[in-house]
Design a protein around this ligand. Sequence first.
Ligand code: SAM
Length: 249
Amino acid sequence: EAVLYVVATPIGNLADMTPRAIEVLQSVSLIAAEDTRHSARLMAHFNIKTPMISVHDHNERQRIDKILQLLGQGDSLALISDAGTPLISDPGFVLVRAVREAGYRVLPVPGCSALVAALCVAGLPSDRFIFEGFLPAKSGSRRQVLEALACEPRTLVFYESPHRILASLEDMLICFGADRFVVLARELTKTFETVEGRPLGELLEWVRSDANQQKGEFVVLVQGAPAPGGDAFDPEALRVLDLLLEELP
Ligand code: SAM
């Protein structure tokens, strides 16, 4: 049976590649990769000789016909991205939808994602969270998005790149305030892996004062907004409520 496998690859440390990912990539007829030159290194490291074609945001639609044709011949394929799990702030959604609609099986080969890796070490509530991916590049639209999230009670998770990390933290300070607790997860599973959590005002100063902390790949996790009126009921309101309850028949 022809299958499209959606295969996760490491986010830095190659030892995080799963045995099943290697096996599947070796066994399929073709690997659809975001950037074939980038992935060539991974393939060489794990001795995977399967041919690759590129599937990125700009050619995803054209590639679909070719991929459906191969599946039609009974060939299985794999989709990978440059790092982590495909479709998580990476291309693949249009392809996966088309393959499912054509009636073929799409199976996950799960593994790393920077989102989950960061969330499980941040020490922020993780029972519910929202993933916002990358913020807009322009400050105006970025602030609009952040303002709309200012009262969100769930943990917020963002992806960020080194050239925008400072600007994004600055806009977060304006929209969320200096006291909001924020965790910065940088270079996860890599040599300069750092996870630092502080109130936003302090965190921003810490990043500003150390150029090394502005390098690499980032996940920014923001504690959700406190419930309106604080965690507990106002004692004065409770006293008045007691008095009123005494008056009830
Ligand atoms: N598909 C990937 C995943 O599952 O995590 C994400 C791809 S997205 C194009 C790249 C972004 O993911 C980076 O800009 C950064 O925000 C985050 N990221 C990827 N690897 C990371 C790492 N090792 N440490 C921290 N963040 C990382």
